[in-house]
Design a protein around this ligand. Structure first.
Ligand code: GLU
Length: 257
């Protein structure tokens, strides 16, 4: 896929009722939040945003959904602890920041979920884990057992041993792999834009929200490029790639604010 895709007339700007009805039946959700969402553009975790996401996930659990969270934010949390004022440029420094920040990130989640009594589990995975049948099955067994126990799994890339997502992707690809592994009904990718647009909404006042891209569409329907806030990586292009990967397994994706 090219790094920039343009709109075409068959982009649907109104949602179809069939899609909405299908989403109401979803029972197992993978929700992905990236560093840009968790920081709200700052260079630290934004506690109020994190708490709000946790509150909404608890609500989904109470409504009977099984929820798995794929969360970035380790590098962001580590930056603060290490006194870094901008996102590290080198991979080893990113990995070090992630190693420092991962436990801080989980502590934030533990604190935010504690008032609801929600138990959490941490899984650090790499794309390699999905290529090895042995590791894939172990990850799958662990995840299903956690869900059976009522635990909410929180997944991040294992940045010490893999760099796919910290280079480019901010866990978007990982979230599609997790959704496929779980046979999820829905993948929700949260972002700092309202969703897919026909053009870059930050630059083009005529940009319109695209409500639905059909699974088998072959045309170019929307704008997507890799410009992010600088705090995460990926932008819209990796979200669209993740949505395509999930769609190939029959899983719809919502890209939303
Ligand atoms: N594993 C990374 C983190 O938790 C996610 C990727 C990124 O932020 O670029 O920070």
């Amino acid at each position: 896929m090219s790094r920039a895709e343009r709109s075409s007339p068959d982009a649907r700007v109104a949602p179809s009722t069939g899609l909405r009805a299908g989403l109401r039946e979803a029972k197992r959700l993978v929700v992905k939040v990236g560093s840009a969402v968790l920081s709200k553009g700052d260079i630290a975790l934004h506690q109020a945003t994190l708490e709000r996401i946790c509150r909404e996930l608890v609500w989904l659990r109470k409504e009977g959904y099984q929820v798995v969270l794929v969360s970035s934010g380790a590098i962001l949390a580590g930056m603060g602890r290490l006194g870094l004022t901008e996102r590290p440029g080198s991979i080893p420094l990113k990995q070090a920041a992630a190693a420092v920040g991962q436990s801080l990130l989980m502590r934030h989640y533990e604190e935010a979920f504690a008032p609801y009594g929600q138990k959490l589990g941490q899984l650090l995975l790499t794309q390699e884990d999905f290529r090895s049948r042995y590791r894939y099955l172990n990850a799958r067994n662990t995840l299903f057992t956690l869900l059976h126990l009522g635990v909410l799994p929180i997944i991040n890339e294992n940045d010490t041993v893999a760099v796919e997502e910290i280079k480019f992707g901010d866990n978007d690809h990982l979230s599609a792999l997790v959704a496929t592994l779980l046979g999820a009904d829905l993948l929700v990718i949260l972002t700092d834009l309202d969703g897919l647009y026909t053009a870059d909404p930050r630059r083009d006042p005529n940009a319109r929200l695209v409500h639905e891209v059909p699974r088998r569409s072959t045309g170019l329907h929307f704008w997507a490029d890799d410009s992010g806030t600088g705090l995460g990586t990926g932008g819209m292009v990796t979200k669209v790639e993740a949505a395509r990967a999930a769609a190939a397994s029959g899983i719809p994706t919502i890209i939303a604010n």
